[in-house]
Design a binder for this molecule. Structure first.
Ligand code: HDE
Length: 713
């Protein structure tokens, strides 16, 4: 990047920072929390400069006490998260299905706050753990707040809320030694999974590339449960919600994920933050799959079973709106940490179904916010406040922020003129959908939830060859980390029910054989009374050969917006080639970063100074999407002397990334693994910038994967 540009950027950043702080800080001195002006915050009050600190020091006590209480309990799950503000806008009214304002009014821009997260790791765990990602959206609608608290995979591990603590205890670090952090690859998780076959569908998704996204901005989101849409005639339709990213669905490889966690543990958080700061606002389309009430029992799976998706081949996704994230939080704790999502936050026009997982969530989230945020008034925290006014008779409690007026707080009343009065349905009062229920009270599960193999098999069949290979590698890695033979055997037996070749490959990698049989029954309420019934999983059915929407090979490959391009430079790099290439890439929204043997500046062939973005010692190729070497004799000579520059290129090649070189840049490639693969579709030597651009848009050249495996980097 030319120096002039750099100066401009840092100047505008300074102005932006000042703007943010101006209101509060510009002309106001430091004060205590009581508004007392403070003249020294560096020294405590002492009996003489070398004497003991005095108990009288109220300034020290206030500062330290507040500090001592700065932490709140982290979330039990989804502790590691990153958030952003934005808006949702409907593009197509769905009045025929829903009376919700956000689903009927295309003119509205509804503010949203979104929090993305990993599930298993602690708050400080690395971003690239193999894990499901949370995708929680808070819509501040004119009719009250609606929270769509979903994930980046369309199904969940378990069918009944009762099993959630077991699932989470199994995946969290093992309780005796708190190992491993943010990783499912250990005995307790597979002990649980191999004895709980309903997990297998979400589990195979977690073994796929979906569990190691390239960016939070390149993930799909799903509401998972079947919800209801209710129209103004009080008619119900079943619905599944989908978020489709504008940039397509892309992932890194496992080798990269492991390395990114070391090179930049905040990789996803930084990527989201930087994209928004640079004005490249992440965007998703909202889609719905609608099933009429009459079709409730039409499918081979139960709509209430959260371990099943509705294949898009059977019910297409209808796009109805878009969400844009255009503002970073001002303060991580106040917003991203304190935000409280509750699946029970709903608005008229949307309703719940009897999905037993959803039903359990309706209890759990309020309960967890109480322990996390410490007060039933957590809705008064700015990030959790609805944009509508709140009127009710709830009073007092820890940290009450409002000062309610009036003589009483009860209903019905005459002393307050009957206020607040009840809202009639035509005024927007919420009424539950009147679902008819005629059943025995029973602790049990519907037999229609017992198909545990068909959809994992459908998912696997729908993947491309390279995705299938990644799944096999992931199973092999995860089970390879387990120490118990009986658990691995059981897993192989179950994988074999999903796909025989997959099981064979994994078994070979583990140095084991797929067992011919295991101890039955598969699902066992161990130690339970004989009348406790656990349905045994049914044999897999094939009701659909493939669902193309499940494969990332069918995603969008049409943009290079926000792709990070490492340009390898040193003094004397060829400015002409550099300009030609980078102007094309930057015009399309790619982010060009100069990587050089040292920090500071480098001088190009036109004798201009350019600020270096990263010295090679401080960066890794896994943090970039593509590599370009502009050439220039002196520059290439200097680059050739750097062993890490060669490693950088080899690694980019190993991870199937686009690589381009102009002029003498080719000589640098000649000292790397790329030398023998110059005809590779994503290696562009002295090609037009458009060629490189197209290779980057393809995300990766997976055709290269066989030779790439040979690269020792
Ligand atoms: Fe959650 N889940 N969950 N979950 N979940 C929480 O609530 C829980 C489930 C999801 O960014 C907790 O505020 C139970 C499914 C997300 O703040 C907790 C069950 C899905 C987030 C909780 C489930 C999710 C959470 C922990 C089984 C996808 C992060 C902190 C019945 C549809 C939201 C908190 C954020 C967070 C409980 C299952 C998604 C403990 C009991 C299914 C994205 O209340």
């Amino acid at each position: 990047m030319a120096k002039k540009n750099i100066e401009k950027t840092s100047e505008s950043k300074k102005i932006q920072d000042l703007e943010t702080h101006k209101v509060d800080y510009e002309n106001n001195p430091m004060t205590t929390n009581q508004g007392l002006k403070v003249n020294d915050t560096n020294n405590s009050l002492k009996a003489g400069v070398r004497g003991a600190t005095l108990l009288e020091d109220f300034l020290l006590r206030e500062k330290i006490t507040h500090f001592d209480h700065e932490r709140i309990p982290e979330r039990i799950v989804h502790a590691r998260g990153s958030g952003a503000h934005g808006y949702f806008q409907l593009t197509k009214s769905i009045k025929k299905y829903s009376k919700a304002g956000i689903f009927t009014d295309t003119k509205r821009k509804t503010p949203v706050f979104v929090r993305f997260s990993t599930v298993a790791g602690s708050k400080g765990s690395p971003d690239l753990a193999r894990d499901v990602r949370g995708f929680a959206v808070k819509f501040y609608t004119e009719e009250g707040t609606w929270d769509l608290v979903g994930n980046n995979m369309p199904i969940f591990f378990i069918q009944d809320a009762m099993k959630f603590p077991d699932l989470i205890h199994s995946v969290k670090p093992e309780p005796n030694n708190e190992i491993p952090q943010a990783a499912s690859a250990h005995d307790t998780f597979y002990d649980f999974v191999s004895h709980t076959t309903e997990t297998l569908h979400n589990h195979i998704w977690a073994m796929s590339d979906r569990a190691i996204p390239r960016s939070l901005r390149m993930m799909e989101g799903f509401g998972i449960h079947t919800f209801r849409l209710i129209n103004d005639k009080n008619e119900s339709h079943f619905v599944k919600f989908h978020w489709k990213p504008k940039l397509g669905v892309h992932s890194v490889t496992w080798d990269e994920a492991v390395k990114i966690n070391g090179a930049d543990a905040d990789f996803h958080r930084r990527d989201l933050w930087d994209a928004i700061e640079a004005g490249h606002y992440p965007e998703w389309e909202l889609g719905i799959q609608v099933v009429p009430e009459k079709d409730e029992h039409k499918y081979e799976f139960d709509l209430l079973d959260p371990t099943k998706l509705i294949p898009e081949e059977l019910v297409p996704v209808e796009i109805i709106g878009k969400m844009v994230l255009n503002r970073n939080p001002d303060n991580f704790f106040a917003e991203t940490e304190q935000v409280a999502f509750l699946p029970g936050h709903i608005v008229p026009g949307i309703d719940f179904t009897n999905d037993p997982l959803l039903q359990g969530r309706l209890f759990s989230y309020r309960d967890t916010q109480l322990s996390r945020l410490g007060s039933p008034n957590f809705h008064q925290i700015p990030i959790n406040k609805p944009i509508t006014k709140v009127y009710n008779n709830e009073r007092d409690g820890h940290m009450q922020m409002d000062i309610p007026k009036g003589q009483g707080a009860y209903f019905p009343n005459t002393l307050m003129g009957g206020c607040p009065h009840l809202s009639k349905m035509k005024e927007g009062g919420f009424t539950h959908y009147e679902e008819r229920i005629d059943a025995k009270k029973i602790r049990g599960r519907s037999e229609s939830f017992s198909d545990h193999f068909s959809q994992p098999a459908l998912f696997y069949r729908s993947l491309s060859d390279w995705e299938k290979e990644h799944v096999a590698q992931a199973y092999s890695f995860e089970l390879g980390k387990c120490t118990q033979k009986h658990i691995k055997e059981r897993m192989l037996w179950l994988i074999n029910k999903i796909d025989k070749n997959l099981a064979k490959t994994v078994a070979e990698n583990l140095g084991m054989k797929v067992p011919k049989s295991i101890n039955k029954p598969i699902n066992q309420a161990i130690g339970a009374d004989a009348n406790v019934k656990e349905h045994q999983p049914q044999d897999p059915k094939n009701y659909l050969d493939e669902d193309p929407a499940l494969s990332q090979a069918n995603t969008k490959f049409d943009t290079i917006e926000t792709r990070q391009i490492a340009v390898l430079v040193a003094d004397g790099f060829d400015m002409k080639a550099f300009k030609k290439m980078t102007s094309t890439l930057e015009k399309e929204g790619a982010m060009v970063k100069l990587v050089a043997p040292h920090g500071g500046t480098v001088t190009c062939s036109d004798n201009m100074e350019h600020e270096v973005d990263a010295a090679i010692a401080t960066t890794e190729s896994v943090l970039f999407d593509a590599v370009y070497i502009p050439g220039g004799k002196k520059a290439v000579k200097a680059l050739q002397k750097e062993a890490k520059i060669k490693k950088f290129i080899n690694e980019a090649f190993k991870h199937c990334k686009a690589i381009a070189a102009d002029g003498e840049g080719e000589e640098l490639l000649d000292t790397t693994f790329v030398a023998d693969y110059k005809d590779d579709a994503a290696v562009c030597i002295n090609e037009k910038p458009k060629q490189f651009r197209d290779a980057i848009a393809q995300h990766r050249n997976w055709e290269r994967r066989k030779v790439a495996m040979e690269v020792p980097a």
